[in-house]
Every structure is written in C-alpha cells, then in structure tokens.
Design a protein around this ligand. Structure first.
Ligand code: NAD
Length: 482
C-alpha cells in the first residue's frame, strides 16, 4: 500500500489535523484502491487560506512574465508526465483512454496559453480632458481565489480556473472533488517544481461541506469559482454572495440537439451519439435530448440505436466507453431509466448493465436510447449524467426550437440542418451559452468563453480565454497629472 497523498499548503506536503484519510477506488474495478487522500476539515482549509493570504503581496508583485514563466514550466512538466497523468485519470475517474489523454493535453495547453497571457496583462491608455495628464487603466489581481471543482473533468476544470487565477496574480486555495483528486495533486507538484512561491497555491482534499464551505465563508478569500451540480452550486452562490465575494458558478445541463428535416439521419446520429455517449454521458455539455423532425425520425432512431449498440463498453484502459464514476452515479442513471419507462417512454437501446467478465464488477451501464419521449417527462427535463439520450419527435422547426428551450438549463445546444435560415434562427433563439450548428453539444476550444444560461450558471462571469481572465482581475483607473 502506498503512502496517503498529502495536502499542499504553504509549499509543504502536510497531513490533515483529522488524522483521517479517504480511499479512491477504480470505477472499472471497485475492489481496487487506487490511492488514499487526506480527509481534511475546516481547520485544514483555514490554514490553507492563511497561507494564501500571506503569499498575496509577493505574488501580485511578481512581474507578469515571471509568473508566466512558472506556468509555462509547469505545463512542460505536465507534458513530460502526460502518460502517468492519463493513467491516474483513467484509474480514478474511469474515462476511456483517448478521452483521458485528450483531457490531460487540454490542461497542458491551458497552462501554456495562460503563461503568455500573464505577460500581456495590462490596461488601456485613455485620452484625458485636462492638460499634462496621463489617464489610463490597470488590471490588478483581486486577491485570494477559492476554487471548487467536480470529478468529471478532474484536470481540465481545475486547470482552466487555476491558470488564469495565477497568471493574473491571485493566490489560490483549491478543493478538488473527492472522487478523483489525483491529477490536481500532480498539478500542485508541477507548479511547486516550477518554482511557484510558497503559499501561492494550496490544495486541500476533503468534503465539500467542510473544506469547500470554509473556503467560501473564510474572510481571507475574495473570489469563489465553483463548477458542479446546480443543487450544490446554488447554495454556494448564496453563501458566497452573502459573504460579499465575487462568485462564478458553472453548473448542470440538459443539452439538446435539434435534428431538422433537411438533416442527414446518419450524420445527425453521429453527432448525437458523440455528444450523448462520449465520456459516458458524464459531461455538463452532454447531449441528453435529441429533438427530431418527424420526417427523419424513424431513420434517425435506427441510426442512433445502431451507434448505441455498437459501442464497446469496458474499462477505459482499452475500450471506447468507460464506466460511470461511482456506484451512486450508476444507481442514479438506472433510476432515471426506471422513471422513463414508468412515464411511458419506449426503451429502444440499452437500459441495463452490460454483461461479461470485464464489466462484471465495475460501474458500467449500457448506452441507452428512449423514444416516444414527451417534453414534460423527467427524462426530458432533469440532468441524468449518464449515457442516456431521450428522443423527442416534433412536427416542425418552431416546435423543435420551443422544446429545446423549454428546460431550466441552458448550457449547450446544437442543431443539425442544411437550411441556412434555420441555422441562424437557432443561433439567435437558442437559450444556451454555447450554440453549435452541425456539431455535437460537447467540446469547446480553450480560448473561447464558456458558461451557461439559466440554471446552468450564475451568469456572472465566463470561464476560459480572455473572458476567463476578467473574473480574476479588477480594473483601476489612474489620473496622473504632471
Ligand atoms: P457536486 O456539485 O456534487 O460537487 C462539486 C464540488 O463541490 C466537489 O468538489 C464537492 O466536494 C464540492 N461541494 C459539495 N458540497 C459542497 C458545499 N456544501 N460547499 C462547497 N463545496 C461543496 O458536482 P459533481 O458531482 O462533482 O460534478 C458533476 C456536476 O457538475 C454535474 O451536474 C455537471 O453538469 C456539473 N458540471 C458543470 C460544468 C460546467 O462548466 N457548467 C462542467 C463540469 C461539470
């Protein structure tokens, strides 16, 4: 048994004061303990905030290019360890190897991207009304950022919060999801080796209700960036705003792909299957509703069923679709399958756990398709977070658009059509933070803004790219009369 992994606080690897640890098991083989992490409490979290507060001045006064150099070096170290990180990610979270490797590469790219941004942070020179006046703006760091992240993209999401926070000169306390914290520990290790000063980044593992809540409530933190479920995120938003913090929350989704009558059913099925079954349906942007014109409905369903039934499900190490991350996520998906059947939807593919030696003990579920779904059914309204696609038949484009928008969420939405006017109307009218034409709902490049509408987001600040830096900076206007 390897030593339990430790928290990273003030540049040291430390044990929690609780003396307790928590095991992470392999979702493809739950009897295998992958690693053990600190089960920390409020005091551990408070000590991390103290370290981040103490490091503030040094880091904000470190020149941007030097901050950038450290981020670049950390990215390079992560790149050298890409294979090792991919293995940790597969073993803890379960996703298929190409997905895990792609996610690790994304984190590397994010560190390199924000390393250049650190040097470019500046302000704008303005024209002054009076004589002999320099009038300009500066972008300054906000202070201490509390970052709370989910398990489903355990390295990319922490990276897309952490890199801009550090690039802009903030110090950070970070609580990764307890299910898959290993890759965040590796980010801390890389930054430490790259020369990040003590206290600038502090990582504490443990429950959200104690560690996460202390980060939000502690008067030392100034910013809260949270990604996770809408249920938890809405509580976090309230707690953070009550405490007077700048806050962004990016939350759940119920993402539609609208398939118009001009769509090629096979192409549309590829798009929906990729969006719905990729990452085992455990993406916030996963397609969980296919809203299909009646003229192409039967052909589309046949094609989608074919995609679902031909997917190779098994351990992420060497199969196309990995397991769900945990027993409780699997149970929740199976419960939604029961609910859908109870509500009268027709199960046309999957619906159970697969059979076979390799999938006997893991949290595996079959890619699942329901037809005859009514837009009001729970399967069409609530986030399932598993590889389940609900197919809804509509008789024209306007009805499809109305159904697409008729949910509480608004993260990502796509349309498959050959009609230019329909495509543009969809872009205009879809209530979602990301809208795509002839593309899957999942996937976004690292330099474009990311965030949702409605219950998918606090709608306060976007993440990624230049928009991502805005959250971590505050503008100062300067009059310099000479
Ligand atoms: P979750 O809400 O259960 O947990 C997210 C994080 O919050 C974890 O680190 C958890 O420990 C912490 N937490 C739990 N209770 C807390 C509390 N009271 N105070 C502070 N922190 C607390 O979400 P999850 O199951 O890890 O992730 C899946 C969810 O995340 C899905 O709903 C998915 O759609 C969403 N998600 C959204 C995006 C996006 O960008 N919109 C991206 C990925 C995932």
């Amino acid at each position: 048994m390897t030593e339990p992994s430790r928290n990273y606080v003030n540049g040291e690897w430390v044990a929690s004061e609780t003396g307790e640890t928590a095991e992470v098991t392999n979702p493809a083989n739950p009897s295998e303990v992958v690693a053990t992490y600190q089960h920390s409490n409020e005091n551990d979290a408070a000590a991390a905030v103290d370290a981040a507060v103490a490091a503030e001045d040094e880091w904000r006064n470190t020149p941007g290019p030097e901050r950038g150099r450290i981020l670049r070096e950390a990215g390079t170290l992560l790149a050298q360890r890409k294979d090792e990180l991919t293995e940790i990610l597969i073993a803890e979270e379960g996703k298929a190897r190409p997905e895990a490797a792609g996610e690790v590469q994304r984190a590397i790219d994010i560190f390199h991207y924000f390393s250049t941004k650190a040097a470019d942070l500046g302000g704008t020179k303005k024209g002054a009304s009076g004589p002999n006046t320099n009038l300009y703006t500066r972008q300054e760091p906000v202070g201490v950022a509390a970052l709370i992240t989910p398990w489903n993209y355990p390295i990319a999401i922490p990276a897309w919060k952490l890199a801009p926070a550090l690039a802009a000169g903030n110090t950070v306390v970070l609580k990764p999801a307890s299910i898959a914290p290993g890759v965040v520990i590796e980010i801390a290790r890389a930054l430490d080796e790259a020369g990040l000063p003590d206290g600038v980044l502090n990582v504490v593992t443990g429950p959200g209700s104690s560690v996460g809540s202390e980060f939000i409530g502690n008067e030392g933190t100034d910013l809260v960036s949270f990604t996770g479920s809408s249920q938890v995120g809405e509580m976090v938003y309230e707690q953070a705003t009550d405490a007077g913090k700048r806050v962004q929350t990016e939350l759940g989704g119920k993402n539609p792909t609208l398939v118009a009558d001009s769509a090629d059913p096979a192409e549309a099925a590829d798009i929906v299957a990729n969006g719905g079954f990729g990452t085992t349906g455990q993406s916030c942007t996963a397609c969980s509703r296919a809203i299909v014109h009646e003229d192409v409905y039967d052909d589309f369903v046949a094609e989608l069923v074919d995609r679902a039934e031909s997917l190779d499900v098994g351990p992420g190490t060497d199969h196309e679709m990995g397991p769900q991350v945990s027993e409780s996520e699997l149970s929740s998906t199976l419960e939604y399958i029961d609910i859908a059947e109870g509500e009268g939807a027709t199960l046309v593919a999957g619906g159970g756990v697969p059979e076979g030696e390799e999938v006997e003990t893991g949290h595996f579920v079959e890619p699942t398709v329901f037809t005859d779904v009514d837009p009001d059914m729970r399967i069409a309204q609530e986030e399932v977070f598993g590889p389940v696609v609900a197919v809804i038949k509509v008789s024209d484009f306007d009805e499809g658009l109305a159904v697409a928008n008729d949910v509480d969420y608004g993260l990502s939405a796509s349309v498959v059509t050959d009609d230019h006017t329909e495509a543009n109307r969809f872009v205009d009218e879809a209530e979602a933070g990301v809208v795509k034409v002839n593309d899957k709902t999942t996937g976004l490049e690292l330099h474009v803004p990311f965030g949702g509408f409605k219950r998918s987001s606090s709608e306060t600040w976007r993440e990624q790219g230049d928009a991502g830096l805005d959250f971590y900076t505050i503008e100062k206007t300067v009059y310099d009369n000479y």
